[in-house]
Design a protein around this ligand. Structure first.
Ligand code: DAH
Length: 353
């Protein structure tokens, strides 16, 4: 028994890891383990033999058990020591650089425009990009044979034979949102409607999809002076400097009278600067909402009148941020986006800049 004890204690001391130790424990103390077999042999002994062998075997079993326990604790401690030594972390290291997305100039400018008009009491309205020809044309006083329809390079949705839903188009301007907003809300109303518009046109200064913001203010005593004041306030806030406007008589089917609006600028070595100099740059169309348009939207022109305007968002984004090429707006070139994009953490307010 002393030999067994020596041998077991030596094997336990030499076990190199916890799984080796466990295998050894099964081998010695398991159901079919050597020591268990010895215990079973007690049954075949005489009572006298058993009296001496029994306590000795039990004492040996206890000793081996506790040798296992303390070796196990020792191995666990050592394993933890190793991990603590190997897996340390230098929390003072600088973090790895993470690539951050940027806000597209069109989104940025849309939010700037929205913030400025919100400050003047305009809510934001939206309409569908796939629009019926009623909202895109008829309700805006452009009946089927009207020349302005042909000028708009409209994308028509194709219809299966027998489909008798009204013809749909990709909206060519944000003006149909005027009709939808007045239908939904009636008068008085003050809304802007920013969004995507589509025309079959592609060259240096035109893309088949671009962005406009529509403005509409209807009340009992609105006139052109309110329009001019609103636009000058807007441009001055947007460009961060006093901007003069020039109204040129024009024609749109949905306004009467109509005006195209230019903003004051200078051309200096190919650089355009808004709010200085004595040149003019056309930026929007506008006018007093045509009585037929009010009526088409369920607003009584005998009681209400209003102004409206439509402006290119991409256009004023290029002007404000010195972006030379319109087509690059929609190329999804990451280098361009990183260069002209805005920080997501730096959202525009009316008071910023
Ligand atoms: N819808 C016109 C366009 O896309 C722009 C426009 C002109 C909108 C005059 C208006 C307006 O609301 O009054 O060219």
């Amino acid at each position: 028994m002393d030999d067994l004890r020596e041998e077991y204690l030596k094997l336990i001391a030499e076990a190199g890891d916890e799984s080796g130790l466990e295998a050894l424990r099964v081998q010695i103390l398991g159901k079919k383990g050597e020591l268990s077999l010895r215990m079973r042999e007690l049954g075949g002994m005489t009572p006298e033999e058993r009296q001496t062998a029994g306590p000795k075997l039990n004492a040996l079993k206890d000793e081996i058990n506790s040798a296992f326990a303390s070796r196990k604790a020792g191995l666990a401690d050592a394993a933890l020591e190793n991990r603590l030594r190997d897996e340390w972390l230098d929390v003072t290291l600088p973090p790895r650089a993470r690539r951050e997305g940027s806000i597209h100039p069109v989104s940025q400018v849309t939010e700037e425009v929205t913030a400025i008009f919100a400050d003047m009491g305009f809510a934001v309205a939206e309409g569908p990009q796939i629009e019926t020809d009623f909202y895109n044309f008829d309700a805006l006083n452009m009946p089927a044979n009207h020349p302005a329809r042909a000028e708009m390079d409209t994308f028509y949705m194709s219809r299966r034979e027998g489909d008798n839903r009204p013809p749909h188009v990709l909206r060519t301007h944000t003006s149909p949102v005027q009709i939808r907003s007045m239908e939904a809300q009636g008068a008085p109303i003050r809304v802007i409607a920013p969004g995507r518009v589509y025309r079959a046109d592609y060259d240096q200064t035109h893309t088949p999809m671009f962005h406009q913001v529509e403005g509409l203010a209807v009340d009992r005593d609105i006139d052109m002076a309110n329009l001019k004041w609103t636009l000058e306030e807007f441009f001055s806030a947007f460009f961060g400097t006093r901007v003069e406007t020039r109204f040129r008589a024009s024609h749109f089917p949905f306004t009467e009278p109509s005006a195209e609006v230019d903003i004051q600028c200078s051309w200096d070595g190919g650089q355009v600067r808004v709010g200085e100099g004595d040149d003019w740059l056309e930026v929007l169309g506008s006018g007093m909402v045509h009585p037929k348009v009010l009526r088409a939207a369920g607003v009584d022109p005998a009681e209400w009148r209003g102004f409206a305007f439509g402006m290119g968002i991409d256009r004023i984004a290029m002007l404000k941020y010195g972006i030379p090429d319109l087509r690059a707006f929609f190329d999804s070139d990451l280098r361009w986006l990183r260069h002209y994009g805005f920080s997501p953490l730096d959202r525009p307010t009316v008071h910023a800049g």
